[in-house]
Design a protein around this ligand. Structure first.
Ligand code: HGY
Ligand code: MN
Ligand code: MN
Length: 413
């Protein structure tokens, strides 16, 4: 199959803009948390589009969706192409959505060209990639890859104490197929970079060779509620002041392990959150990341030391997730690089700073990713933006890499 095939960039852009209308936010982004009514609407629109493109759509026990386009060899393991349709609370139009709809555009293009692939193609929408509502992130691709068990996923609770399993039932996406039963020969994910590297170097394609490691923690700091006016400063047990020392420590630990180390406190809850009561309890989250797992454990040790040094309040630290760095499959990475070269697109090999479903699936299936730039490297922000021509270029690379891998999956036919 010639490598001159090209997707329909206008149709891809139109689909992304259409999907962005679901739970659109005033600032131009999307707030479509997983397993909400908006997520259900996105799933229904995705299903309609895939069925219109001749795919058979199924979903597994965790609502991971698979839209299958048959190939010449029904026994060949499919080439899967996908990402996620859930967003952050103040997310953008492209994070995840580009990867799912790029998979759809590949199928639509194959239909336009009347091309039958050797191996089948499956477009995938992974449930709960973001982890914003139910931690950890990449939860359901993680169960697919055998990193978490089903009950762990179903038992996760959101801030209101609602169980993942109940929220999944509520939108009607608790399928019967076991999560992990649907085998792939390869998995490809297209995504915006969510960082500044490609834009800074004027490149259009990131040939992603792997993902960095991450550790997520839940922290509970317990002090003592007391009157803000009549309680002398000495002897207070102010949970928020103790939490502030720990939050500063997260910043210093990340900077001490720079330039690649990053640390973020993204969620913080103060109780009783009254201006004239000394806070007796503070709960917050920590997200540490680094490409080198050994450095991640050094960061962990530094954090434990800081917790141990805290005298004014009780600190409970729970590491809820350790995702070691992952390397993508050589043949899949090469297929993406070869496509970028054949299409004369400026590219670089790089490791992903953000986590992705591909980082989970790669532990079970030959996997790789293709990145395109995003403006100012900004993501998880309503102002997230990608240029139509970059999305088109990334999808063209995806098409060519998928065709290459499809031939490799079914050499016999
Ligand atoms: O956390 C991440 O890197 C991804 O956006 N879920
Ligand atoms: Mn994403
Ligand atoms: Mn994201």
């Amino acid at each position: 199959m010639s490598s001159n095939h090209r997707i329909n960039g206008a149709r891809l852009w139109q689909s992304i803009m259409e999907m962005a209308k679901i739970d659109a936010l005033p600032g131009g982004g999307c707030g479509r948390l997983t397993l909400t009514d908006g997520d259900l609407k996105a799933r229904e629109l995705f299903t309609r589009w895939c069925e219109d493109a001749g795919c058979t759509v199924t979903y597994d026990r965790l609502g991971n969706m698979f839209a299958r386009r048959e190939g010449r060899d029904p026994d060949a393991l499919p080439v899967a192409i996908g990402s996620h349709l859930d967003t952050q609370p103040h997310g953008g139009k492209f994070d995840g959505i580009f990867g799912v709809l790029a998979g759809l555009e590949v199928v639509r293009t194959l239909n336009d060209l009347g091309l039958e692939t050797d191996a089948p193609i499956e477009i995938v929408n992974w449930t709960n990639e973001e982890g914003a509502r139910f931690a950890p992130a990449m939860l359901c691709s993680g169960v697919y890859a055998g990193l978490f068990d089903l009950d762990f996923a179903l038992s996760r609770e959101d801030a209101d104490g609602l169980r993942f399993g109940d929220a999944l039932e509520r939108i009607g996406y608790a399928g019967t197929e076991a999560c992990g039963d649907n085998k792939f020969g390869a998995f490809l994910e297209a995504h915006i970079e969510q960082g500044p590297v490609l834009e800074h170097h004027g490149e259009v394609i990131g040939v992603v060779t792997g993902g960095q490691g991450q550790r997520w923690y839940d922290v509970t700091v317990t002090g003592r509620d007391a009157h803000s006016g009549s309680t002398p400063m000495p002897g207070r047990s102010d949970a928020l002041v103790a939490a502030a020392r720990l939050i500063q420590a997260v910043q210093h630990i990340a900077l001490d392990n720079g330039p690649d180390g990053v640390g973020t406190v993204g969620e913080l809850h103060v109780n009783p959150n009254s201006r004239n009561t000394i806070p007796g309890e503070v709960r917050f989250t920590i997200d540490f990341r680094h490409p080198d797992d050994e450095v991640l454990s050094v960061m962990d040790t530094s954090l434990l030391a800081q917790v141990g040094a805290e005298k004014d309040a009780k600190v409970e630290l729970e590491m809820i997730w350790h995702n070691p760095p992952v390397r993508f499959d050589t043949a899949c990475v090469d297929a993406i690089e070869t496509a970028a070269e054949a299409q004369k697109l400026p590219y670089r090999r790089m490791v992903s700073g953000a986590g992705h479903d591909a980082c989970q699936v790669a532990r079970k299936v030959p996997t790789a990713m293709v990145f395109v730039p995003c403006r100012d490297g900004l993501s998880h922000n309503e102002a997230e933006w990608a240029e139509p021509e970059h999305l088109e270029a990334g999808c063209n690379v995806l098409l060519q890499a998928a065709l290459t891998l499809s031939r490799q999956m079914a050499p016999a036919s």
